[in-house]
Design a binder for this molecule. Structure first.
Ligand code: SF4
Length: 84
C-alpha cells in the first residue's frame, strides 16, 4: 500500500526513465542474455548493454561480475571516494 502511494506521486518521462535504466545497467550487466529472451519486441538488449559495459570498462576499469571486491563506479562508495 505504501509503495503504491509513493508511485502515484512520482511521474517520470520516457527519456529520463530510459537514461536511468541505462545508468543502472551500465555497471551491473554480466551479459547473461536473459533480457534478449524476454524482450517483447525481440531487441538484442544484451548487445546494447554490452556496449555500455565496454564504456564503463574503458573509463573505470570495472567489469561487472568479474571481481566481487571491486567497487562498482555507480556505487555510493565510489562516489564518496571521488569526493575525497
Ligand atoms: S544481459 Fe540482460 S538480463 Fe543479463 S545481466 Fe545484462 S541486462 Fe541483465
Amino acid at each position: 500500500m505504501y509503495l503504491k502511494e509513493q508511485r502515484k506521486e512520482k511521474t517520470i518521462d520516457k527519456i529520463t526513465y530510459q537514461l536511468t535504466r541505462i545508468s543502472h545497467v551500465g555497471d551491473a550487466c554480466v551479459g547473461c542474455g536473459k533480457c534478449d529472451m524476454n524482450c517483447p519486441t525481440n531487441l538484442p538488449l544484451s548487445f546494447y548493454f554490452q556496449s555500455l559495459n565496454d564504456m564503463v570498462r574503458d573509463d573505470f576499469g570495472y567489469i561487472p561480475g568479474c571481481d566481487e571486491s571491486a567497487t562498482p563506479p555507480r556505487s555510493k562508495k565510489a562516489v564518496e571516494d571521488l569526493a575525497e
